[in-house]
Unconditional design. Structure first.
Length: 175
């Protein structure tokens, strides 16, 4: 059973909850997915050991997730860039990296989104409706932006993203 890109977003979303996983319908609404998509994503993430089983409330396996994000993600779900477009900033152009990276003259990476307010280079999100979900949830937005920096960032951006992901996965505030 192979992971799909939106499975990573589901696991990252589950990192926000301290206790038991909320109902699939709740997660689906927050992630702009269907409940069946979320259910299937949880099943695949559990099979991939990114989530603990139902005996542990299907909480994220933070050690496995960290290893996957830092060492496997960019190979399994490589970044796809496109033409200049309007969208929502991601990777180093979004927080939390934006305040740590000096701006340059090149167009920033953006998720293509017709209601976005930034002109940049198209950067395909992990799943089609990630921009919608990210605009609803600032914590998820930051996770997804950091993941994009890991998928396609330059060395300094990747290093900062790694440090921030590790800190978030260790933090009691994100437990």
């Amino acid at each position: 059973m192979a992971l799909r890109p939106h499975d990573v977003a589901v696991v990252l979303k589950l990192c926000e909850y301290r206790s038991k996983r909320p109902p699939y319908s709740h997660l689906a609404l927050e992630l702009s997915m269907s409940p069946s998509e979320v259910h299937a994503a949880v099943k695949r993430a559990r099979a991939s050991r990114l989530l603990h089983g139902s005996g542990l409330d299907e909480r994220p396996n933070r050690t496995a997730l960290k290893e996957f994000l830092l060492h496997g993600l960019k190979y399994v779900f490589p970044a796809e860039r496109g033409e200049p477009t309007r969208g929502i900033p991601t990777s180093y152009a979004a927080e939390p990296l934006r305040s740590k990276i000096a701006p340059s003259d090149e167009l920033p990476p953006v998720w293509p989104y017709s209601e976005g307010n930034t002109r940049g280079v198209a950067f395909e999100p992990l799943y089609k409706l990630a921009p919608v979900a990210a605009l609803r949830d600032p914590v998820l937005y930051e996770y997804l932006a950091l993941v994009d920096a890991l998928r396609d960032g330059r060395a300094r951006e990747r290093k900062l993203a790694e440090e921030m992901i590790i800190a978030r996965l260790r933090s009691p505030a994100h437990a």
